[in-house]
Design a protein around this ligand. Structure first.
Ligand code: GLU
Length: 476
């Protein structure tokens, strides 16, 4: 074990940032300007519940306004604090720059355990928090656009959107004040699955490059790869589900709050999720071996480790024992700066958070554009596309008729080809493209510079360069 002490989450992000900027040639002062968090607003507000006044503490931190609006989720968890929201806001800046979502970085949080409250109580609390933030333009379609994060989802976003609309009755763009809303409240198809889907697309892209797989000592395809997932929340669940159902990966371990499950033949993600919903945890699940100390599974043999829960779970105390050759950070900050040093030296390849979990904000970007354009994606083109495809099918059908037994259309071709792209198909296509292009920009730096030996540093270099260029364009 190392004698080093672990820095805070924000310090950890700063250390990784510093490592990258030391390889850059930024004008004096700009490095500091980019690193620091511009402002963090703390609010303490009271809500009358169960016959008494309860005081809640919330934050909204704005890391960088080189582009506006600034963007980032709102987290509900008891551990929320200023250091954490600032670290997460900084990661949002780099994340948005890397995937070319035209936003600055922000993050919010409320110190609360949402499981302790009834739905109507949570609504009162959320509306009051939203009121406090909206009043200061910390929720605003052109200034600051929150989204879901840990402990929040579509329901909370709908309350926030409605609260903003009540306070801004004539704002035609009011719906664009928050993303991650339900479809019937101005949301977009595919937003809920987006972060997990992004993790899948990121891995698919990684597995397209022999050189990159070789760096992790891996070969072949995602098919059959052993995957351990920590956290079966929205992100971990969707990532594990898509990887197992569509890419043939084997989910050999799932770690949850109350322990971990392992099964070398692969776990049924849907069945485990249903078990958790019904029983409140993984313990007792029949088709697996249960370990009470779930964190031990982080150290198990596997091909891919997906931490999709909290920050700091791979740290100085366990990094040395982590065996996975490839880690994809579905959570924000799951590997501390110290653990990152250890893992890099061991030859482990880490696909960094700012890239790996950027699927969420990417589809948030699409939702925001949809709200501002006031039209569903695909609404204008879909039938026209289908009509043009019908022309081709008709011609092929004619050919089919005259060719007799010598040629015919492949089974299902007609149905597949005829179907015009709806919103979900377009969102997935836009997300896939975004994840591929961003990965290529990172790997280009990773492989072309001798002083860059890991994807995280490459990711920072790409994104800091983009942020620096925005500042430069503004004359700063
Ligand atoms: N909370 C998510 C994140 O950390 C999504 C942010 C967003 O969609 O704005 O990236």
């Amino acid at each position: 074990m190392s004698s080093r002490t672990e820095p805070s989450f924000r310090e950890s992000v700063d250390l990784m940032f510093n490592r990258a900027v030391s390889l850059m040639d930024l004008p004096p002062g700009l490095e500091e300007k980019i690193r620091v968090c511009n402002a963090t607003y703390t609010v303490r507000f009271g809500v009358r519940l169960r016959g008494a006044m309860h005081t809640f503490t919330g934050y909204r931190s704005v890391h960088s306004e080189h582009m506006e609006p600034v963007k980032g989720g709102i987290r509900y968890a008891t551990g929320v604090n200023q250091d954490e929201v600032e670290a997460l806001a900084a990661l949002m800046t780099y994340k948005c720059a890397l995937v070319e979502a035209p936003f600055g970085g922000s993050k919010g949080g409320l110190c609360i355990d949402p499981r302790e409250y009834e739905e109507h109580e949570l609504e009162l609390i959320t509306r009051r928090f939203a009121y406090e933030l909206a009043k200061r333009d910390l929720i605003h379609p052109s200034q600051n656009v929150p989204a879901p994060d840990m402990g929040t989802g579509e329901r909370e976003m709908a309350w926030i959107a409605d609260q903003y609309a009540r306070m801004n009755t004539t704002d035609i763009n009011a719906k664009a004040c928050v993303t991650g809303k339900p479809l019937n409240a101005g949301g977009i198809s595919g937003r809920v699955e987006a972060t997990g889907r992004g993790v899948q697309y990121a891995l698919q892209e990684f597995f397209r490059y022999e050189e990159d797989k070789a760096a992790a000592g891996l070969t072949g395809k995602l098919d059959g790869k052993r995957v351990i997932v920590q956290g079966l929340g929205n992100v971990g669940y969707h990532a594990a589900k898509f990887l197992s159902e569509e890419d043939g990966s084997r989910i050999t371990g799932i770690i949850e709050r109350d322990g971990g499950l392992s099964n070398p033949d692969g776990l049924d993600v849907e069945a485990v999720r249903n078990w958790i919903v019904k029983h409140g945890g993984v313990s007792g699940y029949p088709d697996a071996q249960y370990v009470e100390d779930g964190a031990l599974l982080l150290e198990e043999d596997c091909d891919i480790l997906i931490p999709a829960a909290l920050e700091g779970v791979i740290n100085l105390s366990n990094a040395e024992r982590v065996k996975a050759p490839l880690i994809i950070e579905a959570a924000n900050g799951p590997v501390t700066a110290g653990a990152d040093d250890i893992l890099r030296k061991k030859g482990c390849v880490i696909i960094p958070d700012m890239y790996a979990n950027a699927g969420g904000v990417t589809v948030s970007y699409f939702e925001w554009v949809k709200n501002l354009s006031h039209i569903r994606f695909g609404r204008m083109q879909r039938r026209q596309e289908e009509a043009r495809h019908q022309l081709v099918i008709d011609e092929l059908q004619r050919l089919d008729n005259v060719m007799g037994d010598t040629w015919s259309m492949s089974p299902n071709f007609k149905d597949k080809y005829l179907k015009g792209a709806g919103e979900l198909e377009l969102v997935r296509s836009g997300l896939d493209d975004t994840m591929r292009v961003a990965y290529q920009s990172m790997r280009e730096v990773w492989h072309s510079r001798d002083d860059v030996t890991d994807l995280r540093t490459a990711a920072y270099l790409v994104s800091i360069d983009k942020v620096a260029k925005s500042y430069h364009a503004k004359g700063l």
